[in-house]
Design a protein around this ligand. Structure first.
Ligand code: JDN
Length: 237
């Protein structure tokens, strides 16, 4: 999978050199390019923002530097023989980025992430981009960051780890929170007695059937208590 990230803070993305995603890049499983949006400006001040039409607080990102950056990236993908790229735009006004979205996007061969700042990007950019990209506006959750970079890091990690070969043991992708729509069961390691806190007896029993039943019960109970929104609505027919 090829991933291009466009940002005015390329150094923010240095986390992609590290750990699992860094290793996947070195192994050639993920090809990640980070671009400075200001390299696609044409004025002396390398301007990327301007005041909002209609007034209001803050600044809005100008569409033209984005169009120039995205055109050159789309062309690079085409030259490399990649399919229609997905343009991922982190924004608090997007659809919720959940595990099912990460799953879908992990099948793409070319992902382009547009990291906005200020009050966001001129809306016309997204309509223009539909010509070249499948455009997805996505939100990490109901809170506001200062820009798209931290959300991009989270999304690239969530998507990248689902690309075959990136996670060494693919079984760990099956047994984790959200992979089956429920929260994960609690986990324990040695020692079995730690500072007066015990590991549940069933996990020491060696009875795989009882362990599996207990874990499923824990998943349901945790999800009911912490994330009832994930369970089917009991009022629905
Ligand atoms: O995902 B975010 O909270 C987010 C915030 C901003 C943004 C993009 C994403 N651009 C400006 C603020």
């Amino acid at each position: 999978m090829r991933i291009d990230v466009v940002t005015i803070f390329p150094e923010y993305l240095s986390a992609l050199d590290v750990s699992l995603i860094g290793k996947a890049r070195r192994d050639g499983l993920l090809e990640i390019h980070v671009h400075d949006l200001r390299d696609h400006t044409v004025d002396r001040h390398r301007t990327v923002d301007d005041t909002p039409y209609g007034g209001g607080a803050g600044m809005v990102m100008k569409p033209e530097p984005w169009a120039l950056a995205l055109e050159s990236i789309a062309e690079a993908g085409r030259s490399a023989g990649l399919g229609r790229p997905v343009l991922l735009v982190p924004t608090p006004s997007g659809e919720l980025f959940r595990q099912s979205v990460a799953q879908e996007l992990s099948a793409a061969d070319h992902l382009v992430v547009a990291c906005g700042r200020y009050e966001g990007i001129d809306e016309r950019l997204f309509h223009w981009a539909r010509e070249l990209f499948e455009v997805r506006l996505v939100s990490l959750g109901d809170y506001v960051l200062n820009g798209g970079e931290v959300a991009a890091l989270a999304m690239i990690e969530a998507i990248g780890r689902l690309v075959p070969g990136v996670v060494g043991n693919p079984e760990s992708l099956v047994e984790e929170s959200h992979s089956d729509g429920l929260l994960e069961y609690p986990v324990y390691t040695k020692p079995s007695s730690w500072r007066g806190h015990e590991v549940p007896d069933v996990l020491l029993s060696g009875d795989h059937g009882r362990v599996a039943a207990w874990r499923r019960e824990q998943q349901l109970e945790r999800t009911r208590r912490r994330r009832p929104d994930l369970l089917p609505d009991p009022a629905a027919d």
